[in-house]
Design a protein. Structure first.
Length: 301
């Protein structure tokens, strides 16, 4: 049996085992996805176990280790390097642990884009001839993946965060990767958000506001208007309908929750771990298996 684990602290809340184990079963793989509760002081040892244990094929990484894990890896993909975070580790086994290579990658960005496409949201660079932009709430690790995805697709992006300096750092970092990109930063308050949202056609919540157990929280301040005809995408998947989504829907916006992105980034990680294997399912079919498993796992959320 091959094993894959989720490295984080804490991890007990994660729905990843439900979707990954469903996909392994559907693909006929004798693989198992596990939760690896890993405090920071145990991170180096955890990475060594991945390198040393022949039964381990790779891992996922979640908060707070998406950046912390990077120095322990042998190689970082260009996507993960640009985003500044790793959420997937691929193991290339050698004859002994010293020859084994651990490669860090990031599938959040492509998972986000794939889910937008799955929902029929057109984000092509030419999709907004009127110059309307996308609005990203938050400036943490998830926001970095989303802004990378949007800038990679040629869209104009405004990053809105309570700490405007952090938003500016994100913008500066990704502008270095995409020098021709249209990126800007704004303060997340009523005035700043009202100004930034005027011409937004897509709003993406990358904050944890609204996530269980803080379901009553929202990143959208009272008094800030929503733009007309926009799509609101909330990365939060538990609960399935957040307070922010209800606010946006009441204002006439189309709303999308985060379960699909979770499935799509998981399918992209699955593809990296199983590269070279002949499987009975396409990666699109794997993603659909994961969507169904997440729907069942989160049905009561």
């Amino acid at each position: 049996m091959k094993r894959i684990g989720l490295i984080g602290f804490p991890v007990a809340h994660s729905a990843s085992p439900a979707m990954q184990n469903a996909a392994f079963a559907a693909a006929g793989l004798d693989w198992q996805y596990e939760l690896w509760h890993t405090p920071l002081e145990e991170l180096a040892e955890r990475v060594w176990r991945i390198r040393d244990d022949d039964s381990i094929a790779g891992a996922n990484v979640t908060v707070p280790h998406k950046v912390n894990v990077m120095p322990f890896l042998d190689e970082i993909s260009r996507h993960a390097e640009a985003i500044g975070a790793v959420n997937t580790i691929v193991k290339q086994a050698g004859a002994d642990p010293a020859q084994t290579r651990l490669i860090g990658d990031n599938t959040d960005w492509i998972g986000f884009l794939n889910d937008l496409r799955w929902h029929g949201v057109d984000i092509g660079a030419g999709a907004a001839p009127d110059g309307r932009k996308t609005l990203v709430l938050g400036a943490g690790g998830s926001a970095r993946g989303v802004v990378y995805a949007l800038a990679h697709s040629g869209l104009a992006v405004t990053v809105v965060n309570r700490d405007a300096a952090r938003a500016r750092r994100l913008v500066d970092d990704l502008r270095a990767v995409f020098p021709d990109s249209r990126l800007s930063a704004q303060t997340l308050d009523v005035d700043g958000l009202s100004e930034a949202a005027q011409d937004a056609r897509l709003i993406v919540n990358c904050t944890s506001a609204g996530m269980a157990p803080n379901q009553d929280a929202t990143p959208w301040p009272d008094g800030a208007p929503f733009p007309r005809d926009a799509v609101l995408y909330d990365l939060v998947y538990k609960p399935r309908v957040t307070r922010l989504m209800r606010q946006a829907e009441s204002a006439g916006l189309r709303v999308i929750g985060g379960i699909g992105m979770l499935a799509e980034q998981g399918a992209a990680a699955f593809a990296l771990w199983t590269a070279g294997l002949t499987l009975p399912l396409s990666i699109a079919e794997v993603a659909n298996v994961m969507r169904r498993a997440l729907g069942d796992a989160c049905a009561t959320a």
